[in-house]
Write a protein that binds this ligand. Structure first.
Ligand code: BGC
Length: 712
């Protein structure tokens, strides 16, 4: 980690000048999203705001009802699953840059993002705020994202450390998981966020691990985060995640934030003053926290006159959100080249599905924002097609049981009379949906309970599309077999009822303010899709490892018995065929993979492996392909996944163009976490290097031998 020493002396000087009360003011919320400053010493309060899809609306210090002013509209960014679907590190940097730029523009110091927990189950309520089931993809996107944010003199707050992989009982559940799974799956991106991303702050998760709240956990916060990874930034609690003054103080927690307004009574407020005065907590422990906080303040130039001022709602920021949205759209299926639709051949088009006409930005929980605007799919399509094509819209489905038949009938009538049909369905997370969901939980009718939403605070009950969308799709396909099915969700949903019959299927997510523009551009071929799945879409829920090997959601405890076999690691090792595999995503062109070369150069303390191949665009239009490199260990003393992603590059090619793709691997890419030694281990022997366009479409293979025993 980059160390800046030039302000260490200044920090010590300031600590000497601070009274205990002043120090305490700096380590707990004095408003819902700020700490107290020390005016006489020029120390400002630390101002925070949620992400990750933009900078959240402005709240008074002591109310969860936002001000409702007109000055906190912001750019609405694609959610993290959408971002991860781009498999494009540059776009991750841009997303971070926009978020940091807008946070600074809104006068913030810390943006509570990115969320980088692993997507363990399709049912996780906050999956849309997280990136992937794969730790390598998550880390590769998180690191440039963090740099992009912090470039703007704003700190990230990487969340939620650790194993916050479900919303059910999130405040108390105790996660039982092996050290190996922690190291190989759940910690990896956090470790990279610290060591490679130089994240200035980190948020603890609500849940417990090793029988203890994350916020009180010296093993997690001191031994691993600080001593082992070298983190010298600020640890912030999730809001109301602290339960004890001394335990949290001594575990390495720096700032307590909470959801209630009794700021002076927070564990790190008056109770902390008393604890210090009575000698229960040493003042040096508080000084360490102040040191971390001041270090963060220096890092984001809070004491400098030249601090960057940021900007929000700039045209540049909006353009970047569009760029990201374009690459995040995933073409799952395109039989008979139904897509792209040809504008000239279409006079009337039916757009069916409530999701076509829904704005998502103001929902989801703490990720809600006030978007300057949000182009829905319907708006995007109309803007694209203009006045010569008739676009007819019908809801197709509704939560209102009594209206269901009528709404469906209207949709079918429109579809019958149209040259093309686009269905836009999926999940939602508006405030109204949340209320419906809450009511549904209390309902005794099974059918009414199935209101799945993508939202903080709850997990989904199953993978089904709510409001009988399956039936709508089935009926539409009867009327028009070329119906384009667009599923917009932050999590995999059950597509098995239409995956065979629908010829064209698109997966998108909450794609930001320009999401509708990007979707219309993809559907009509102005943009060639290049997104790839960051998660596996299983045929059915029971095929997911957390549900068939481990537990989800558990009760007081949840056991991760699937261990390291998360996502495709499970599907590929246990021969379970997914509906759509991790890494899958089609293009309007075709690519040929050729000439794989693998050069091994064993050095003193590491190994340098150069993987290269030729990639050719063999189709008629330009496009981008994500070349994926997986490794497989032929023989190992522990059971290892059949394949593990260790490299990828996104390559743009004009028609008939060929490029050489280079991807480097090193010793870390071949190691596993050895629980007997509590260390990473590379066992010498034969490894296979597998290159493909998805986890289930390996096109080139080469074997290598690694001879040496490497130290880690
Ligand atoms: C969420 C955090 C969020 C915080 C502040 C909590 O409920 O878990 O992700 O940053 O609230 O809004």
């Amino acid at each position: 980690m980059k160390k800046e020493n030039n302000f260490d002396n200044k920090i010590e000087e300031i600590i000497k000048c601070l009274t205990l009360e002043e120090k305490i003011g700096m380590i707990h919320g004095a408003g819902l999203f700020r700490t107290e400053g020390v005016k006489r010493l020029g120390i400002k309060p630390l101002k925070m705001s949620d992400g990750p899809m933009g900078v959240r609306n402005e709240f008074p210090d002591n109310s969860w009802v936002p001000y409702g002013y007109s000055d906190d509209y912001v750019s609405y960014l694609p959610c993290n699953t959408a971002l991860a679907s781009t498999w494009n590190r540059e776009l991750a940097y841009k997303e971070g840059y926009v978020l940091g730029n807008e946070a600074r523009g809104r006068g913030k110091d810390i943006i509570l993002a990115p969320g980088i927990n692993i997507i363990r189950s399709p049912l996780g309520g906050r999956n849309f705020e997280y990136m992937s089931e794969d730790p390598y993809l998550t880390k590769e996107m998180a690191v440039p994202y963090i740099k992009g944010v912090q470039e703007n003199d704003v700190a990230v707050c990487v969340k939620h450390f650790a194993v916050n992989n479900q919303e059910t009982e999130r405040l108390n559940v105790d996660v039982v998981v092996s050290d190996r799974a922690l190291r190989e799956i759940y910690f990896l991106a956090f470790e990279a966020a610290v060591k490679e991303g130089n994240a200035y702050s980190i948020m603890t998760a609500y849940n417990k691990i090793w029988d203890q709240y994350c916020a009180h956990n010296p093993k997690l916060l001191q031994e691993i985060l600080r001593d082992e990874w070298g983190f010298d930034g600020v640890v912030i609690s999730d809001w109301s995640g602290i339960h004890d003054t001394k335990e949290a103080a001594e575990a390495g927690m720096d700032i307590e934030m909470s959801v209630t307004y009794n700021f002076d009574e927070y564990f790190f407020a008056n109770p902390m003053i008393h604890a210090v005065e009575k000698g229960i907590v040493k003042e040096e422990v508080i000084d360490d926290k102040i040191r971390n906080i001041l270090r963060l303040m220096y890092r984001i130039n809070m004491f400098s006159e030249n601090r960057k001022k940021g900007a929000y709602n700039s045209y540049e920021n909006r353009e970047k959100t569009l760029e990201i949205a374009r690459e995040s759209i995933i073409l799952l299926k395109n039989e008979e080249n139904v897509l792209p639709l040809k504008e000239k051949e279409i006079k009337t088009i039916a757009v069916i599905g409530e999701n076509a006409d829904i704005r998502h930005s103001a929902g989801g929980g703490s990720a809600e924002i006030k978007a300057l605007y949000e182009i829905t799919p319907l708006l995007g399509l109309k803007m694209k097609l203009g006045g010569n094509t008739e676009v007819k819209y019908a809801k197709g489905y509704t939560h209102n049981e009594e209206e269901r038949e009528e709404v469906l009938k209207e949709a079918i009538d429109i579809a019958k009379k149209s040259d093309a049909v686009i269905f836009v369905g999926g999940l939602k997370h508006t405030k109204e949906d949340f209320e419906l969901y809450q009511n549904a939980l209390e309902s005794t009718k099974k059918e009414e309970q199935l209101i799945n939403i993508d939202s903080e605070g709850n997990d989904k009950t199953d993978m089904s599309l709510p409001y009988k969308q399956d039936e709508v799709i089935k009926e539409l396909l009867k009327v028009n077999e070329n119906t384009v099915v667009v599923i917009s969700t932050g999590s995999p949903v059950d597509m098995s009822s239409f995956a065979d019959n629908a010829k064209a299927i698109i997966q998108t997510s909450y794609n930001g303010m320009e999401g509708g523009t990007a979707l219309a551009e993809v559907i009509f071929g102005d943009v060639n899709p290049s997104g790839k799945l960051p998660v596996t879409i299983p045929v059915k829920l029971e095929d997911s490892p957390a549900h068939c090997l481990g537990e989800f959601p558990g009760k007081e405890k949840v056991r991760y018995d699937e261990d390291i076999f998360v996502g495709y690691r499970y599907f590929s090792t246990y021969d379970v065929e997914p509906l759509f595999a991790f890494g899958h995503g089609l293009s309007y062109t075709t690519f040929k993979y050729n000439d794989l070369k693998v050069e091994v150069n064993e050095l003193e303390d590491d190994v340098n492996i150069k993987v290269s191949l030729k990639l050719t665009n063999t189709g008629e239009v330009s496009g981008s392909e994500v070349v994926q490199v997986y490794i497989n260990d032929e023989k190992s003393s522990v059971k290892r996944p059949n394949i593990e992603l260790k490299g990828f590059e996104k390559i743009h090619l004009e028609p008939k163009e060929t490029k050489i793709v280079n991807i480097n691997l090193n010793k870390n890419d071949f190691a596993f976490y050895n629980e007997d030694k509590n260390a990473w281990t590379l066992e010498s022997g034969k490894f296979n290097i597998l290159v493909g366009s998805s986890s289930d479409n390996i096109l080139l293979k080469e074997s290598i031998n690694l001879e040496k025993d490497y130290k880690f």
